[in-house]
Design a protein around this ligand. Structure first.
Ligand SMILES: [Zn+2]
Length: 293
């Protein structure tokens, strides 16, 4: 993270930083699985680095670093999702990328087919990541050294919260490229709102939490759509269980509001957006305090 450089309560170098509540904790955890930008030395991708930087949800961890001040937990991933994606299941792997295939179970999804499964194959329309097959050993290393510790830390936070309160709320934090940048990627994609909240069509969160989140964001002047194009992927699926009072919602924020997507630098709108998210999260924390009272 940036300027303020908050000190994590726990850090595993190049893997994650965890920030704990600075006041009486509430059962709310946030995670930013795609803002990591420490590129491992053994990545060895063939395409230019500039062609894959768009894969980062740059600055998203920083947009939410006020979470501990609102009594919530925050986990920030440090490695890039293009190396191995913490928001994908282990089975979401393309065996054709691996020398000798893959011995473990695989379930090819629409994301695998598009080259954006657990380990990405396609950088964009014209660039493949690799000009070689990956070895089984390097895939295993990405899983064991990066993916598993991130998941283990999510499990640790989630289990601890549920044991203590018997309820849990989770916000999975992301950004989406702007319509202008979508043209660069040749992606037929047209978000029409500042923010899209996803709860996989109501399966990972009760409507009360999703709607409360949407309302506090709208209260800050942000336009919000629900389950429009981005509905949430693996982490909300894993931690959302509304029947057991575990609510998990994905937030996608339009990068065009706060960053120059070509230069990967903040725009002047960053501070105002961060302040708006800070206000919204404060109100959402109050909502949760009522729910556990
Ligand atoms: Zn993301």
């Amino acid at each position: 993270m940036n300027a303020a450089n908050p000190v994590p309560n726990l850090a595993v170098a190049n893997v994650f930083k965890r920030f704990d509540p600075s006041s009486d904790a509430i059962p709310l955890m946030l995670d930013s699985p795609h803002s990591g930008n420490i590129y491992p030395d053994d990545f060895n991708h063939a395409c230019p680095r500039t062609n894959i930087l768009w894969g980062e949800d740059a600055f998203v961890d920083e947009l939410f670093d006020h979470a501990p001040g609102h009594a919530a937990y925050l986990l920030a991933c440090q490695f890039p999702r293009t190396y191995i994606d913490p928001n994908r299941a282990l089975v979401d792997l393309d065996a054709n990328m691996i020398e000798g295939g893959w011995p473990d179970p695989i379930e090819v999804t629409e994301k695998t087919a598009r080259g954006i499964g657990l380990i990405w194959r396609r950088a964009d329309d014209t660039h493949e990541f690799y000009d070689r097959l990956l070895s089984q050993a390097e895939v295993r290393n990405r899983i064991d050294t990066y993916w598993r510790p991130y998941q283990a830390q999510m499990d640790y936070m989630a289990d601890g919260i549920f044991k203590r309160w018997g309820k849990r709320w989770h916000i999975n934090c992301h950004s989406m490229y702007s319509p202008e940048y979508a043209k660069v990627l040749n992606n037929p994609y047209t978000p029409s709102t500042d923010i899209i909240l996803g709860d996989r069509d109501g399966t990972t969160s009760g409507p009360a939490f999703t709607n409360a989140f949407a309302e506090v964001l709208r209260g800050e002047g942000l336009s919000v759509a629900l389950n429009d194009q981005f509905k949430g992927v693996e982490l909300v699926r894993k931690f959302g269980d509304p029947a057991n009072d575990c609510h998990s919602v994905q937030i996608e924020i339009d990068r065009g509001i706060y960053m120059d997507e070509w230069e990967i630098i903040k725009k002047p709108g960053f501070d105002a957006l961060k302040a708006a998210l800070d206000n919204a999260l404060g109100k959402l924390a109050d909502y949760i305090r009522v729910e556990i009272a």
